[in-house]
Ligand binder design. Sequence first.
Ligand SMILES: [Zn+2]
Length: 417
Amino acid sequence: MVAAPGENMRVNGDRLWDMLMEMAKIGPGIAGGNNRQTLTDADGEGRHLFKAWCEDAGMTVATDQMGTMFATRPGTDPDALPVYIGSHLDTQPTGGKYDGVLGVLAGLEVIRSIDDLGVKTKHPIVVTNWANEEGARFAPAMLASGVFAGVHSLDYAYSRKDPDGKTYGDELKRIGWLGEEEVGARKMHAYFEYHIEQGPILEAEEKQIGVVTHCQGLWWLEFTLTGKEAHTGSTPMDRRVNAGLAFGRILEAVQEAAMAEQPGAVAGVGQAFFSPNSRNVLPGTVVFTVDMRTPSQEKLDRMRARVEKAAADMCAVLGVDCAVEAVGHFDPITFDPTLVGRVRHAAEKLGYSHMDIISGAGHDACWASKVAPTTMIFCPCVGGLSHNEAEEISKDWASAGCDVLLHAVLETAEIVV
Ligand SMILES: [Zn+2]
């Protein structure tokens, strides 16, 4: 049987890996990873390298008013909307070499591979570097894709401040990447994002490809518990208004709320501030954030209600004042079934082991899904480690996922014979 056009295509895995290693030289970390935070000089340098590579591949690079970069390979039909491949080149302060970077450079490798093979597509293909995905320097995360999808206003984004009080808008100008294109003006035929899993499942299950079907919904609930500062030695137990004790009880309730929704729900507390935080003073206030996630809207709603009720009840018993503010939220996302099917089919036809998986982290794809049919492909990562300089993947994994990306994108962009 003669293969259909493009059926046997593979990307150049060595070339993809070389690009990853080249990019990793910019903004090196202190332990083998990267510190290429948003709108730093290193971010600017990484952008220049990416742009040079894209132009080398004959693409035109545009930048929007948030600093997001779009590199276009034209299609044959001037009226056809582009197929997008995107992720981010910015990193955490102690980030790895692959989180985000893999998805952008794999997009470029897809272009280089189809150039090598002389393949034409009906739809243009656009490789995208979203600005400020990580949100480490300027909260919230996925800021530029959020503005693109109409979730945030441009003014809100520009006013975000880093810990030194510098604003996003000023820093974007300073590094020279304030573009002219209106954010969100371009329309997408489809959006694909290839990303490391950032969890341990694919490696443990010995699968090369994660077919991402959903993205978890999330609540970040910030609790402020107000008790009474008092001496830990001289205040009798029955006279304490102990915000610290209330915190401990709520922590347990958070655990129970997630356990009641198994499988497929997680919740925990990663940040807490005791004030005055002195070993012999009962805290007057405790401020902490609960992070809860699940792909099910019902479970997410129930977990939130359960935690808030438990907290109110426990605080009432202790005489502690309890205020709750939602400081982060995403609805659960179901990726486009047609695109998900194309990813699964590509993995099958290429002979790669695969499984359906849910994204535990937020991604630019989550916001893109508000404005275009969207899906993601996951690459295994060693030990599930991410947001860590020791983050690691193998060249074979990187290239297998890029092959799947190539085929799913070509099916969507339509090869012109
Ligand atoms: Zn990422």
